[in-house]
Design a protein around this ligand. Structure first.
Ligand code: RNT
Ligand code: ZN
Length: 427
């Protein structure tokens, strides 16, 4: 073990860091506690490159999203996914949840179409979640299916196709409610559809009108309660094959969410590259009680690269901390990189997300706001710059130790061991 990552060194560095932060009005012990308590919903789909477990596997046809790369070791079934996620959970500090997609149903040899799935098809996942004492979130899978091949699902002009996807959405809400009842924790169910066109449509109105109606039909179910099933809707600017027109655009879903009292989902990869998602938080929270956040990383497009501690992620969580809004956001990961070890992808992305949460909580907000109120813009700027070089890494390592997880990059040895023992044996 390197001496810089021994517990003794970490505690000593932490004491110095704590004092430096205290001088700037920040309580690091409180920040650690709070940062560990924010649940992060781990997306199951990094484990298998968003393929799903259906028989036969349909692939990503009609999906508008794509995992690229061929690194060995992809999980090939539910058991392998859960084994991988066991290790991932062990390497992550703080509260987690698991975010499932509907096409991770396990129906045995018998194919069960999406409109007919039931909680029984998720029994293994539920047991796994119970074993880990974590909550489950859910997503209808409105893609990777023959009935999504022409690029339209809930907004399809074909009534039968639309009804199929409405039935799927309804089945999924029942499943989410079941998870919530079984686990004692509300399940966030996120509706994202790939609907749109590559080139300029002549009719932008009709698909949007149909989408309103179809979503209403999905949500209109007296047997599902908002106390168990928290619905969210995710818009985007463009997708693969829907470059010109996305039916479920941001404006569409912000308005839909507000009028139907559901939650808007903001994915960091779904905006114009110069747009600040952080800036949207204080605007949307004036009107929406809660937001769902998908942390992701767009590289030139909605590429779903592994989350790193970049400016967009930092700004987002700093904004939430400054607004005292952690109890009003659901945090979920959404990336899929098939070109690197997938366990490490999870750990890097989830740790970076929690680091950003911690950094937000370490922000010297009081001093900044005082400088601002006093008209001392230069002081505000200088303090913001100073915050960047504060010894937050020492606070992070301490956070890891306090939660019983490995500090710094020392978790890499577990990933290497698992790769040798388990992943390398998968074809
Ligand atoms: C796609 C959306 C959506 C998906 C997942 C798999 O652009 O971001 O959230 O990535 O549902
Ligand atoms: Zn997303």
């Amino acid at each position: 073990m390197k001496s810089s990552t021994s517990a003794q060194t970490i505690h000593a560095s932490y004491r110095l860091a704590r004092a430096a932060y205290a001088e700037r009005g920040v309580d690091t012990d409180a920040a650690i506690k709070k940062a560990l308590a924010v649940p992060i919903s781990l997306h199951c789909w990094q484990a298998d490159d968003v393929r799903g477990l259906e028989t036969p596997v349909e692939g990503l046809a009609g999906g508008g999203i794509m995992a690229t790369g061929g690194y060995p070791g992809r999980a090939r079934n539910g058991d392998e996914m859960r084994a991988d996620l066991d290790l991932v959970l062990k390497l992550l500090p703080g509260a987690q949840r698991l975010n499932l997609h509907a096409f991770y149903a396990e129906t045995g040899k018998k194919p069960v179409d999406r409109d007919a799935i039931t909680p029984a098809h998720f029994a293994n996942w539920l047991d796994w979640a119970k074993g880990h004492r974590i909550g489950l979130d859910f997503n209808p899978t409105y893609f990777a299916h023959p009935k999504a091949n022409d690029g339209f699902t809930l907004s399809s002009a074909d009534k039968k196709i639309r009804q199929f996807w409405i039935d799927h959405g309804r089945a999924c809400r029942r499943i989410a409610q079941h998870f919530s009842k079984q686990l004692g924790s509300p399940s966030v169910i996120n509706h994202w559809i790939p609907d749109g066109t590559k080139d300029q449509p002549a009719d932008r109105f009709s698909p949007r009108a149909r989408l309103v109606e179809a979503l209403d039909a999905v949500l209109d179910d007296k047997g599902v309660s908002g106390a168990h099933c928290v619905d969210a809707v995710e818009g985007k600017l463009f997708g693969l094959g829907s470059e010109d027109y996305v039916v479920g655009s941001h404006e569409f879903y912000y308005s839909y969410a507000q009028s139907r009292k559901v939650v808007p989902c903001l994915d960091l990869g779904h905006y114009h590259p110069t747009e600040s998602v952080a800036d949207k938080v204080s605007a949307l929270l004036q009107f929406h009680p809660r937001l769902l956040l998908h942390t992701s990383r767009p590289v030139r497009w909605d590429s779903d690269h592994v989350v790193i501690l970049d400016d967009a992620v930092r700004a987002l969580f700093t904004e939430i901390a400054r607004g005292g809004a952690f109890n009003r956001v659901f945090v979920a990961l959404d990336f899929f990189d098939a070109s690197i070890n997938r366990i490490a992808a999870y750990v890097v992305g989830a740790r970076a997300t929690r680091q950003a949460i911690l950094l937000g909580l370490l922000d010297p907000t009081k001093l900044l706001k005082a400088a601002e109120a006093g008209g001392r813009g230069h002081e505000r700027l200088a303090l913001m710059e100073q915050a960047k070089s504060m010894p937050w890494g020492a606070v992070w390592d301490e956070l890891c130790l306090r939660s019983g997880t490995k500090p710094a990059e020392t978790w890499l040895e577990d990933v290497a061991g698992y790769e040798t023992k388990v992943l390398s044996k998968r074809s």
